[in-house]
Design a protein. Sequence first.
Lengths: 487, 799
Amino acid sequence: MKRFLSLSIFAIACSSLSYGQQIYGLMTKTGSFVTGNNTSYLQAPVGLPVGSIDNSKSTEIAGTGNIFTTKGNTLYYVNFNEPRIYKFAVAADGKLTKLADLLLPDGDQLPHIVDMLIVDEKTAYAMSYNVFRVFKINLETMKVSGTIDLTSLEKTAYETSTPEEMIIRDGKMYVGMWYGSGLQNALVIDTAFVAVCDLSTMKLEKMITDPRTLMVGYGCSAIDAMFMDEVGDIYVGGSDLIDGGQGIGPGGLLRIKKGETTFDKSYFLNLDSLCGNRKTLGTTYLGNGIMYTMAQYPEAINITNPLSRYLDATMKHWRINLVTKAVDELEEMPYSKGLFFSYLTKVGDKYIMPVGGPNNDNAFWELDATTNKAVKKITLAGEPFGLFPINKNITADLGQDKNLQVQTVVFPNPVRDELNVLIAATATGTATIRVVNLMGQTLFTTQRDINSPEILFTTDASTLPVGVYVVEVSTATAKTAVRWVKE
Amino acid sequence: MKLLLHVFIYCLFLLFSGGLFAQVAINGVVKSNLGEALPGAIVVLKKENRTAATDENGQFSIANLPVANSYGVAITLLGYESYTQKVVVVGNEAQLNITLKEKRTEKRAVEITAKTEEQRISQGAETVTAIDVREVQNRSITTQELLTRSSGVRVRETGGLGSFTNISINGISGKQIKFFIDGIPLENTGYGTGIINLPVNLIDRIEVYKGITPVYLGADALGGAINIVSNKDVFSYADFSYERSTYNTSRLSVNTRALTKSKKAFVGLNGYYNHSDNDYKIDGEIQNTTTFETDTIRARRFHDQFTSYSVQAEAGVLQQKWANQLVVSANAIGYEKDLQHPFSTSRIPYGMARIYEQGMRYELKYRIDSLLQKKLSLSTYVGFYTVTSRFLDTSSNVYNWLGEVERRKNFKLGEFGPKHDLFSFTNNLSARVNATYRITKNNSLNLNLISNSILQRGRDTLYARLVNKGKDIYVTPQYVRKNVAGLAYQLNLAKDKLINIVALKYYRIDTRISEGGGVISLTADTLPVNVSKQNYGFSEAIRYAFFKEHLFVKANYEYATRLPDQFEVLGDRVFIIPNTNLNPETSNNYNFGFQANAKGRLGKLNVEANRFYRDTRNNIFLVISQAFAQYQNIARVTVKGYDGEISYAPLPFIQLKVNATFQDIRNRSDTTVVQTAGIDKRYFNARLPTIPYYFGNAEIGFAIPNIAIAKDVLQVYYTLNYIQQFYIAFDIDGIEATKARVPEQYLQHAGIAYSLPRNRAGVSFEVHNFMDKRAFDNYKIEKPGRTFHVKLRYFLSKY
């Protein structure tokens, strides 16, 4: 899910801010063995909770939540029991008010939203499990504004197939797919599939496949399995956590290089073997080549309980350096339930990491990605589904006008050789990118067509003198400015 | 034997002497106190060993009597007080005009002098509610409504007639409650949707045992039992009733029995037919297939028809020297049910999936009361059932709430999931022996042994072809044998003021799966798998009657067990995997209560209250994961509560009844045992959600006799059902306003019924839920709103 990337980069940009008044969207899931059902609890605490937080101030939604996410001052929640998206307004005191909901069509079985990608406050894309379509959603009206037809990719022999995950780059949407049969005990096809769609025409262009790994994502959850790095390369994570007992795999990373729409034949990272020949799930990219995944430890599985491998805490986070291939297990951590907990949210210079430990020891841990150590921070009443900042009080601090629909991030910052400017925009049009020094002199200017919700502009900055600079991005209606440092 | 010999010699004497002397005849006519001729009354001259029965005009005649100074005439008729009189015959013929006083025809209108069977049962040592069904047989009431209206009991339905139901008694529900017909446990007997579809006209009374199950009901009931006692009148009758109600609902029931003149043999035929379209309206979402916008409409249920039927023929002999009762019966039984939506939600409608079931039951019952100088009564039962059920889900159609086909699914998929055309063949052999030995007048022993063997196999060639490359995983036979033994000792002291019953029980289940198949985790080298589970039980019940039986105080305790059944142990062969380590559920059940009755110038009052406590352990729940599910012993639950009922008749023709139940069901599960099930320690001691905890009923009825003709009755009645709202998730979580709930409900019903004297015929009209409130037992699964009912009943009796 691309959302993660933009959020984490967004967090980098505001890392110098005070977090006292930041509102967070927080969801936990509780199990009720009586009904066999689960219940979701959504809340928006003002400030990062200290010590613990329960569900007494949460909005209850019957049924398991699948994913939720935030954009602006709005919180979106997606139910697991039906393909429905709920929209909540978040007030300054953290009160949630349901504004609308949108039901997408059901698939043939297990109806739920399999992925939602929010581009900006007006636009999102979502997919319903087992439905071969991408739905473009107008978030203001909560109505479907267009679809990309993927039905030609539906293979009737594989009845548990679904498009699984989306990512957008340069006006193209890449849709991770998976094909499985055997109904409940899915027999997964041992190949990775990604559909490439053009967003300007809303048409499927082609499907690319690679047999080196398998299903993209988890087929039914909020696991991040695709991300884009600073250069603009897309990584696609295959997972073998559920392999239908076929012993297929391995889980690993494929790459679609910037400017290309095919898998990079020269690149494959076998995550299973890097993590000590364990089954892996999920890709969470933090930037600067650092990624986390989760690996399942067979010794943590209670072999007397056949449900243990799916329900118990059996997984640990691993840090992976994509450049050096160095791997480290996250130390001194309890096993965690892995299935829903791959989100890492940057707060300050650390990350908030959801951990569903043994015996319902549910908490947010604070991860220091530099030292690869984590400490338990906030105890929760229910399994954690992530913590996301709600973009409310900090918009002014960011140097952005609330009405501007352009968001600009510079990375890495400080810049050594290459200046990367990531521009997130809500509308298409033309953006003017200017680099100015502190004296206000324009050193460089160019124009780019904004044809996708996020565009990456890269230029060589190696010849610039050391110092502080500003990059300005302006459109007909919006203007942003971000400071950066040249080393 | 000595006595018999005396009688024999005396009879011989009479026989011979009769020929030698002049003969006398006694003729007469028997009438009721209202002047109606009473057919079928039995006239006995005990000394002379002569009997006769009255004809249609109430007349009888006994001729060829030896001359005597006087004759002791005794006349009995069911429903009337018996009559005994010394008759002196002047001349050689006597004409008697005898009036019998009615004992009990209409409880509401007529003062009860004798104890009814319901009173006798509810005044026993067990905590039990006995529901007299006869008094409502003219009404449009169902067995399940009768249960719902009694205290401590809650019946939850997923829809209209034939929907899936869950019955709870004092907070314990589902498989933990066992059902019986005439003391015979119903396990896999073809009553697929439960005995609550039995028409009330076939039933005499319903006994609801709460937390304590008497030994003669031999089954592994954890929290109580419901025993349905069928009509057993010893006269010839035919009872026809037909009810017609909203949503094309019909209920027909026929119950006939013909006795020989001597009343020592009978044949009977009874049956029922129920049907409903269940096409009531509920909220349904309709999605536009191009704009994807949704609208909620009041949608008519379009695939929810239900039909059930039963035909039973029986024949038997009664009151023989060698048998007080010997009955054989054959019963064809079946139902068909459309499945409108999945079990847990009505969001997605189904339009084709169905269930069928057909079965035959053969039974032999034998009872003798006069063994060992009448100290030993023995009753035995052997039953064989064969039931075929079929789950048919072969359509890939996707329906919307307008009943239209929107699209088609993958060809391998039906509406519920993978396509199925699943036949299940169940053969069930059960046998029961019950012996009561009366040691002295005040001491008795009751021994009950019951064995129930089930052989089950299935066939689903469609699923095999589509999913398993032709290999049919359902053909694997499963064999289950369940044995329950119980021994009770009853002691009556202080002229029956004190009753004490102490009992021991033993439970055992053996399950066996002998061949491979699709059972995951069972491979050829682990087969055959035999799983045996056993446990012991104990119960103690004491009751004392104070103030000349105006107050009964009772206390009882049972350590009860429910054995896991074959589905829980062996799974469903697809999604639910076996758990051969599954242990029995156990419960410590305590009851303390009283029953008081008073009668005076201000009317008649009956008050009952019961305080109960249950501590159930190893509760079996289905734990669901992404790939599999499994039944596991995960929970410990306690129930504390009370139920009570007050009935008051200020005047003979007015009856008021109010009852209420409060059951505080708490989670006490050990959070450290199984983490898989997600039993969070935060919920320790929290009230279990999804289960109603406070509910009650109020009823007022008027029964006005002599409206058009003498002894007719017009009844007018009103009932209110109340359920407190309850949450779907634990109440410590979430803002109250946002919590999912089943709302508080007041449902009101009213009716009027007219019946001819002695219930010869009746007609009733009722409106259920006349305020047309939305009714729910389960979250967002709506039940029918207002319904209109008309019922006709015709009752013919001949003696």
